[in-house]
Design a protein around this ligand. Structure first.
Ligand code: GLN
Length: 302
């Protein structure tokens, strides 16, 4: 399999749609990013890395950070975690308030914002600093400098009324242990972490290899890695998860910065990035690129 050639071809294939869709506008710092960029990186379980396009340009990982917060809390708490969060797709927008009151403060899954706030709260209780724990995991796994972008964090904090509403609602149901302000701060900080496609794909390689990274270090048990992949498949692209499974057929997690991380169990982690989003908040060129990748390689779980 000539993965370098495939990634090069994908850059050419998606070029006509790159720049045709708008970036996220509800976080002003993201709206300012040039939408005419696209990158792809593939990190194989054997330790090889391939990339093309803007694959070394840093971007805001946003909700992709939720894969790593979930991995950390699952490793620490195991099944106890599921007393506070469900494991079902929501069918609603990632920042919807509707279901949360209806279901008495238990979020549908760990990837919608309400669920991710609960996971961040738990990680903060476990470690004393949720966002730097995620940052340190990503630094260790990528071998690169990883930091939050202070402008993106400030921009989200200034416009974060919806997440604040979710956090207050969670707190009113007794589903946050830490103060609302602390949880929001930690959540915004890990969403604002900046990485490039290469570093993100390398950092997530453990999800493709039964929880072990390229150095043989066990980040997650094989069973927990399988569960994180299952949740990515069913909930990772929010209310477009069904359509994504139909088109691509891989566990994946998107972020409103335009990144998507996808896992081919047993083979590789793939990271794509292009800022233009569709209506569910997923990168349009990113989805098209992963569609093309699975067509070209035949690597899909179905
Ligand atoms: N920080 C963003 C928010 O809370 C993350 C959303 C996303 O990437 N889907 O709205």
């Amino acid at each position: 399999m000539d993965l370098q050639r495939i990634t090069d071809d994908i850059v050419a294939k998606v070029a006509p749609i790159v720049g045709q869709y708008p970036p996220a506008d509800y976080i002003p710092g993201l709206k300012a990013i040039d939408p005419s960029q696209f990158g792809i990186a593939v990190a194989t379980v054997n330790g090889e890395v391939y990339g093309a396009g803007n694959w070394t340009t840093p971007f805001s990982i946003q909700s992709i950070s939720k894969v790593f917060t979930l991995a950390l809390v699952l490793a620490a708490d195991g099944e106890d975690l599921w007393r506070r969060v469900f494991r079902e797709p929501s069918g609603n927008a990632f920042n919807s308030l509707l279901q949360l009151e209806h279901e008495a403060g238990i979020p549908r899954n760990p990837f919608i914002n309400a669920g991710a706030l609960v996971i961040t709260d738990r990680l903060h209780t476990l470690t004393g600093n949720a966002s730097s724990t995620v940052r340190d995991l990503l630094r260790a796994e990528s071998g690169s400098t990883v930091d939050p972008d202070p402008n993106i964090a400030a921009s989200e904090a200034a416009h974060g009324h919806r997440n604040a509403a979710l956090a207050h609602l969670l707190s009113s149901y007794g589903n946050l242990d830490n103060p609302v302000e602390t949880v929001l701060h930690e959540y915004i900080q890990h969403c604002a972490l900046t990485m490039n496609c290469r570093d993100l794909a390398v950092s997530a390689r453990f999800l493709a290899s039964n929880g072990r990274d390229a150095n043989g270090h066990m980040v997650l048990s094989a069973s927990h890695a399988k569960r994180v992949n299952a949740l990515m498949l069913t909930c990772g692209l929010y209310d477009a998860a069904g359509e994504f499974a139909y088109r691509v057929g891989l566990p994946a997690k998107s972020g409103v910065g335009g990144g998507i991380l996808a896992i081919v169990p047993g083979k590789c982690a793939i990271s794509v990035w292009s800022p233009g989003l569709g209506k569910s908040g997923n990168s349009v060129a990113g989805v098209a690129a992963l569609d093309e990748f699975t067509n070209r390689t035949g690597w899909s779980i179905f």
